[in-house]
Design a protein around this ligand. Structure first.
Ligand SMILES: *Cc1c(COP(=O)(O)O)cnc(C)c1O
Length: 388
């Protein structure tokens, strides 16, 4: 018997014109470092960031790191971060030696809970916390330097409530929109709510430059500063003059050429991912499987379709994942919350364990924009056979 063809969780999906733009870069010998393709990619990307300025970078992680640098985050500062996320949201906090304060999620969007955010800010002022592993923790009494909400799986976080609290205390926001390119609230793009927004074009994201990211801000001088830091912080002199520590974080011109082509098909990619979500929702009607609906006015790019299984008698997410795996179908548990990660569990945590429930009961289903109806049918019939 032939081995069944592999179905991936979320694989790259080229539109066709990427190689034309890459060829253009080659024809001009703009292989590296910067060049016209990089400038064009930034200009086109700006459409998906409410026309803010954009700096294209080597990764989304680099964007979060530079965002924290631009806001002056230093060792022993507090930075509040959503706990239910990928580790790249939090790692840059530690690059700077700052203290992550992990905040749990609410059930409408699965993102940062505004009530817990406010509690976390108050705890920063008192310097008293419990850690992810339940121990007492005391530290400096001061306001956090930044807040990092995440639009996980493409679903926008409750930005209105989060911004209101952040504004009350005068704390800037670094918005992790790595998974949410094209998602909006009341028509406003994710990535354009905070002082700084960050996108990722890693291989599994909704569009890819084979590896890359971007930082965006309403404030063009912040974006200029990001580009400066991303190119080794070289001063404008004939020789190499440096006054501050720099990084090698700029996106290459060739990668940007791929990005130009990918941006052209982003609307179709979003449409298809949203269609995947609707397909699964219909296929699983009648089963004990929950989907996360969009709150009024929220538009998710549905980067990944995520489902929750009932917890009684026990969640079927693992059984489903193993059954899919046995048929060469990739699925994945939801993100394990940061406050439960060995590397972060001894840092402050403010929560209600909601993200832990999501981790225990959830599953990400194959969600690529290149999935065929046939492949979706294969996934759905296996899930149904385990759940019936
Ligand atoms: C992918 C991702 C990042 C990091 O982006 P890279 O481009 O892979 O560095 C950050 N945060 C979240 C939520 C992500 O999914």
């Amino acid at each position: 018997m032939n081995k069944p063809e592999k179905i991936w969780l979320s694989s790259p999906h080229m539109g066709g014109s990427e190689t034309t733009y890459v060829q253009e870069a080659f024809n001009l010998n703009w292989i590296a470092p910067t060049g016209p393709q990089l400038a064009k990619f930034e200009e086109n990307l700006s459409t998906y960031a409410n026309n803010q300025s954009v700096a294209a970078l080597s990764s989304g992680t680099a964007g979060i790191h530079l965002g924290l640098k631009l806001l002056g985050v230093q060792a022993d500062d507090y930075v509040i971060c959503q706990s239910f996320t990928f580790s790249a949201s939090a790692n840059p906090i530690r690059y700077e030696g700052a203290i992550p304060v992990f905040v749990d999620s609410e059930d409408k969007t699965w993102n940062m809970c505004p009530v817990l955010l406010e509690e976390a800010i108050e705890r920063c002022l008192s310097g008293e916390f419990l850690t992810g592993d339940g121990k007492r923790w005391t530290g400096p009494k001061k306001l956090p330097k930044a807040i990092i909400p995440v639009h996980l799986y493409g679903m926008p976080a409750q930005m209105e409530a989060i911004q209101k609290i952040a504004n009350n205390y005068g704390i800037p926001i670094v918005e992790d929109a790595a998974e949410a390119l094209g998602s909006t609230i009341a028509g406003q793009c994710c990535g354009s709510f905070g002082e700084i927004g960050v996108f990722s074009f890693n291989g599994n994201k909704i569009i890819t430059t084979s590896g890359g990211g971007a930082l965006t801000s309403k404030n063009p001088s912040m974006v200029d500063e990001a580009k400066f830091l991303a190119t080794q912080a070289r001063e404008n002199t004939p020789h190499y003059e440096h006054k501050v520590i720099g990084y090698n974080y700029r996106l290459s011109n060739v990668s940007a050429a791929i990005g130009i082509g990918q941006l052209e098909v982003l609307p179709q990619r979003i449409e298809k991912r949203r269609a995947n979500f609707e397909f699964y929702k219909e296929a699983f009607a009648g089963l004990e499987i929950q989907f996360l609906d969009e709150p009024m006015g929220y538009f998710s790019n549905r980067w990944l379709t995520t489902v929750l299984f009932d917890d009684a008698p026990q969640p079927l997410n693992t059984a489903v994942r193993l059954a899919l795996d046995a048929h060469a179908i990739e699925s994945r548990p939801l993100w394990k919350p940061m406050h439960l990660q060995p590397v972060f569990q001894s840092f402050p945590y403010v929560g209600n364990s909601f993200s832990e429930k999501l981790f225990k009961q959830g599953l990400c289903l194959p969600s690529g924009s290149n999935l065929t109806l046939d492949q979706l049918d294969r996934v759905a019939s296996l899930v149904c056979s385990v759940c019936k």
